[in-house]
Write a protein that binds this ligand. Structure first.
Ligand SMILES: Nc1ncnc2c1ncn2[C@@H]1O[C@H](COP(=O)(O)OP(=O)(O)OP(=O)(O)O)[C@@H](O)[C@H]1O
Length: 356
């Protein structure tokens, strides 16, 4: 089932939590709502679910008006960060719950319910745990059971609010891969809230980046990562260095960086900022042919598979961070205090009215 969010706004008192949101979720897609704490992701999810009503705007399911449809008639399944499994029920009964409480007319037979629950137990890979109680499961297993419970009633839409937020990093990583594979099998239209950019980039078909109640950009993971539309998106999706400067008659000059720009970009000597990801910078001991920035090594620290180098540059008070692979760092064997040259491989320039 497709979801259309059309011009949705929501305020709490005089705080504008959502400001004119327009969003299309095509049937069968897995979409991530990504943004910092308080940007309105959960409020938007709750409005799609029918747990909250928008002040203005509409929600459509498969093109049909559903803004005032009751939550129980929306055919949505939920999974939240804090697993709300029934403590006094076994895994089996938790998953079966939504089916057993149906009115007699639409309730499947006991045999059908048993078969359905076993299919789901297999899908979430906890077949041998049907008789356990939630307290006897790990956090990751509980979240998988919560997902199976949501899926048991065959929802048309699955809404997940930071479903792995309370789990440790390793389990989180396993579960998000598992969720991706599960979605590839069942293709239920899903909206997934997260503030973790890696999670969104790895799991989602499409990412909707939100900031202060608005959508900054939406697109495939590679679109938003490789072609961020705004400085906010650039910054939010990874480690970034800023080079402040000005653009004038076709050239942006930013703290030693020089980038050719279209003639019409900021011809009034407008401020310009160059954004460079920390893994898009090379370091050598001799100057590069082009765009060499002289710098001093200020710090070197190993972070898992990477070595993070802090450089001080004349004209860039904040300094810059460079992520090198371990091989390159081993070859260079940089020492704090020595002089080197840096060269950005990719620069994206934002001016007041232009992105290059
Ligand atoms: N019922 C409410 N009453 C008053 N303010 C609310 C209410 N619900 C949300 N807000 C406010 O609206 C803003 C958006 O909240 P929301 O929960 O949608 O953000 P979020 O992006 O999901 O953040 P987080 O990642 O921290 O959950 C926040 O500033 C929050 O304090």
């Amino acid at each position: 089932m497709s979801i259309t969010v059309s011009n949705v706004s929501k305020s709490f008192g005089d705080f504008h939590a959502l400001k004119g949101i327009d969003l299309e979720v095509p049937s069968g897609e897995l979409v991530a709502l990504l943004g910092p704490s308080g940007c309105g992701k959960t409020t938007l999810l709750r409005i799609i679910a029918g747990l909250e009503t928008p002040d203005t705007g509409n929600i459509l399911f498969n093109g049909e008006e559903a803004t005032n449809r009751h939550v129980r008639d929306r055919q949505v399944g939920f999974v939240f960060q804090h697993y709300a499994l029934f403590r006094h029920m076994t895994v089996f009964d938790n998953i079966a719950f939504g089916l057993t409480v149906r009115p007699k007319k639409t309730r499947p037979s006991k045999k059908e319910i048993r078969e359905k629950v076993h299919t789901l137990l297999k899908l979430i890979q906890v077949e041998q745990m049907a008789d356990r109680y939630p307290a006897q499961l790990s956090g990751g297993q509980r979240q998988r059971v919560a997902l199976a419970r949501a899926l048991a009633v065959e929802p048309q839409v699955l809404l997940l609010d930071e479903p792995f937020g309370a789990l440790d990093a390793k389990v989180r990583l396993e579960l998000r891969r598992w969720l991706r594979r599960l979605h590839d099998e069942i293709h239920v239209t899903s909206v997934f809230v997260t503030h973790d950019q890696e999670e969104a980039l790895e799991v989602a078909d499409r990412i909707v980046v939100m900031n202060q109640g608005k959508i900054e950009q939406q697109g495939t993971p590679s679109e938003v990562y490789d072609r961020p539309a705004t400085p906010f998106v650039f910054d939010f999706l990874g480690n970034v260095n800023l080079f402040q400067g000005r653009v004038h008659e076709g050239t942006a000059k930013m703290g030693g960086l020089v980038v050719e720009t279209p003639e019409h970009a900021g011809t009034r000597n407008a401020p310009a900022v160059g954004y460079v990801r920390s893994h898009d910078i090379e370091i050598e001991r001799i100057p590069f042919d082009t765009a060499s920035l002289a710098a001093q090594v200020h710090g070197v620290v190993t972070v898992g598979p990477l070595v993070r180098v802090d450089l001080k540059l004349p004209g860039n008070v904040e300094g810059i961070e460079v992520d090198l692979s371990r091989d390159v760092a081993d070859r260079l064997d940089l020492k704090v205090g020595e002089l080197v040259y840096a060269r950005p491989r990719k620069v994206r320039v934002f001016t007041d009215d232009y992105v290059i």
